[in-house]
Design a protein around this ligand. Structure first.
Ligand SMILES: C[S@@+](CC[C@H](N)C(=O)[O-])C[C@H]1O[C@@H](n2cnc3c(N)ncnc32)[C@H](O)[C@@H]1O
Length: 295
């Protein structure tokens, strides 16, 4: 049976990879769970390849995995599949996310392999000292002070244990790259980068250098462009719609009125709406770092 450990942490920073305001309640930002689940479903083969690469480095004897900033549990469930003998501690500062994971784990008959830990992962992982693997996907950039956070992760790993970090390089893109729509997305990405620089200053950090400085030497570093072309899997249009809806909400006052109007047309149900276009290409670059606590 899954069980939850609760502490009294009240998170003070944003919970998502996009550009919404900080949340103090632990509530899930609108649309984020569906975006996370669609991202994992659409890129499932890529995610399986990535967890396979992690398995090659982590070795056979992985019993305890920490999913740091677990969100809806996309990493938790992919890792449970990749490591059939392991259990996962899903860590998040959002109780609602953790409740979601517990529910899904029970539904899938995996409740006895998942426990949850509500904590600010930037301040350490209370009670965890024996992790064979820590997985941190799109979460490290949320933490206030990378050096303190990485010291906490190092302490949670057993000697010889592996840390797998994945970060996205910005908003995914969907529109044809040449012409005006490609230029529109480029302007949106730049504007979002500006917003993130203010609100999530560690997004795009040099994680390789930070990991090494934290006593977690990097064994592999890679950037991969994940791309989906027609025929697109089901859900791709909905994923594009949710991303553009959030981007539109964040960029008021940060891009010109013509760009806001163009973004509106991508989600307004009209002929340009991304939910029923045949020309979308889903692209997202994932950067990964594999680092190990020395034995
Ligand atoms: C963009 S989501 C990534 C979720 C998941 N790892 C994935 O790849 O789909 C970031 C997650 O980190 C969590 N988070 C943000 N700040 C945190 C903190 N200080 N401690 C623990 N979790 C945090 C958020 O609540 C959110 O669930």
């Amino acid at each position: 049976m899954a069980h939850a450990h609760r502490d009294q942490h009240s998170p003070t920073h944003p919970h998502d990879g996009s550009a919404h305001h900080a949340h103090d309640s632990g509530a899930i930002p609108d649309g984020l769970p569906e975006i996370l689940d669609l991202d994992a479903a659409l890129f499932a083969p890529h995610l399986t390849a990535l967890t396979g690469r992690v398995a090659c480095l982590a070795g056979d004897d992985v019993r305890h995995i920490v999913d740091l900033g677990a969100g809806t549990g996309t990493g938790t469930f992919a890792l449970l599949e990749q490591f059939p003998a392991a259990r996962v501690t899903a860590v998040d500062s959002s109780p609602a996310m953790l409740e979601h994971i517990v529910t899904v784990a029970r539904e899938r008959g995996l409740g006895d392999r998942v426990r949850t830990l509500e904590a600010d992962a930037g301040a350490g992982l209370p009670g965890v000292t024996d992790a064979d693997l820590v997985w941190a996907s799109a979460s490290l950039h949320h933490l206030d002070d990378p050096a303190t956070a990485l010291a906490g992760i190092r302490a949670a790993l057993r000697p010889g244990g592996l840390l797998a970090v994945a970060e996205v390089d910005g908003m995914p893109t969907f529109l044809p790259e040449d012409g005006e729509s490609g230029a529109l997305e480029a302007r949106c990405r730049t504007a979002l980068d500006g917003l993130h620089a203010e609100r999530l200053p560690h997004r795009g950090a040099d994680w390789g250098a930070l990991l090494t400085a934290a006593g977690l030497p990097v064994e592999q570093e890679r950037a991969e462009r994940w791309e989906l072309r027609a025929p697109l899997p089901e859900g791709a249009g909905r994923y594009a719609y949710l991303v553009f809806e959030r981007v539109r909400g964040s960029l008021e006052g940060r891009v010109g009125p013509e760009d806001l109007a163009a973004l509106d047309r991508l989600v307004d149900g009209g002929p340009e709406d991304v939910r029923h276009r045949g020309d979308l290409v889903v692209r997202s670059t994932r950067e990964t770092w594999m680092a190990r606590r020395p034995a």
